[in-house]
Design a protein around this ligand. Structure first.
Ligand code: SIN
Ligand code: MN
Length: 242
């Protein structure tokens, strides 16, 4: 009886393998952890480099981004936000590196009923995972993100993504084209999504945000925040500006 009660939620949104290497872990973060991350996002977005809409060619993205560790702009990374105000971005805090390790371990551990060999993520790598760039994106009700690959990182270690605030429709595709086949899933506040291994270069995007769907008590009245943690493989000695 009690087991039934407590299992209901889990059964409604079990972990899911979208493709080899692409793993969804719903409700990975507690509400308290989510609230903490929302507060940190506000601090990061206040500077020294403010959250900004990156320009892709002529057009500003509808998403506003603030970065930690390395500053991303379309086509490359640099330590300083050369397309914003020239300031160096904040470092990735150690607790966030640790969160990345815990998250990757949780995704690696999701069993694959269809394949005893696993879910496509490399196993046993979580302890050595060293994300050195974090992109924190804010989506207002009208924001979206077109289909793209995360391919500005020389290291193809998994990308760890956590979502906060309003739900969104997330599109996860294939590695060859930005078109079909793709799968549409909803990402809710607290969900973890990891893509690595054979899924690391899959096209993906955010089709739309569903306003007013954030959990109460989160401290974010409207909008969605997504954090992606990346282990770039970049070194300060390399020339990394495009
Ligand atoms: C991204 O692709 O960088 C962001 C994905 C998301 O917002 O879920
Ligand atoms: Mn991406």
């Amino acid at each position: 009886m009690h087991a039934q009660l407590f299992d209901d939620d889990f059964a409604a949104r079990p972990p899911r393998i979208l493709a080899p290497g692409a793993v969804l872990v719903p409700d990975f973060l507690t509400l308290e952890q989510q609230r903490f991350l929302v507060e940190r996002f506000r601090e990061w977005a206040a500077g020294p480099v403010p959250a900004r809409a990156a320009r892709v060619g002529e057009h500003p993205m509808s998403v506003r981004t603030v970065c930690l560790g390395w500053h991303w702009r379309p086509g490359g990374y640099s330590r300083a936000a050369v397309d914003v105000n020239g300031q160096r971005v904040l470092p990735v805090p150690e607790w966030l590196v640790q969160l990345g390790r815990t998250a990757l371990a949780a995704a690696e551990a999701v069993p694959n009923p269809a394949d005893a060999a696993g879910n496509g993520l490399p196993t046993g790598t979580a302890n050595g995972y060293a994300p050195d760039a974090v992109l924190a994106n804010f989506y207002d009700a009208a924001a979206s993100m077109g289909m793209h690959q995360d391919r500005d990182e020389p290291d193809l270690a998994p990308v760890v993504s956590v979502s906060l605030g309003d739900r969104c429709l997330f599109r996860f595709g294939n590695s060859e084209t930005r078109n079909r086949p793709y799968q549409d899933i909803e990402l809710s506040s607290g969900d973890l999504f990891v893509f690595g291994g054979p899924a690391r270069l899959a096209y993906h995007g955010v089709v739309r945000v569903f306003p007013g769907t954030a959990p109460t008590g989160l401290g974010l009245d409207s909008g969605r925040i997504n954090l992606t943690l990346r282990q770039t493989g970049l070194s300060d000695r390399e020339r990394i500006t495009p």
